[in-house]
Design a protein around this ligand. Structure first.
Ligand SMILES: [Zn+2]
Length: 158
């Protein structure tokens, strides 16, 4: 060990000193402060996430409301996307009368779906080679009402 090493060792030794009164207090205060900063940061992060969630949800809701294509609005208790989802069963005649009535109700108030469903119906008939069991607007049926009130016999267009 040369002189320089000895000197360094001594020097290091001299850096070691006993904790002075107040040092521990200072250290723990520093730690507490750091912990408080971290808590604030965590709270900030949580608040940020909540904000993002709220803004995101707002945007999503607005997006849904503004959407006019299937997937979009609620008419007669059905969303356009639900009408689209049921189209296949509708054409196959697999839906209950109640559901068919609901879909008709939706179509009465939703020109978008009428258009969409008409395309889907043509596609269905081409694909299956069968006539769809649902059409909107219904094919006009001329029905002779034999005995109408006031004795009038009229051709009634459904
Ligand atoms: Zn619709």
């Amino acid at each position: 060990m040369n002189e320089q090493d000895k000197f360094q060792l001594q020097n290091q030794d001299s850096n070691w000193r006993d904790c002075q009164a107040g040092d521990i207090g200072k250290v723990s205060a520093q730690l507490k402060r750091r912990r408080r900063v971290r808590t604030i940061q965590q709270r900030g992060a949580v608040l940020g996430l909540i904000l993002i969630a709220v803004v995101g949800l707002g945007w999503f809701t607005m997006h849904l409301q503004n959407q006019d294509k299937p997937g979009g609005h609620l008419v007669a208790g059905l969303y356009c996307s639900e009408v689209a989802d049921m189209a296949e069963k509708l054409f196959a005649g697999e839906l209950e009368n109640k559901q068919v009535a609901q879909i008709t109700g939706h179509l009465d108030g939703c020109p978008d779906c009428v258009e969409h469903l008409e395309k889907a119906r043509q596609e269905y008939e081409e694909r299956t080679g069968e006539k769809a069991k649902f059409q909107y607007p219904p094919e006009p049926k001329v029905v002779l009402a034999p005995l109408m009130p006031r004795g009038l016999s009229v051709a009634r267009v459904w």
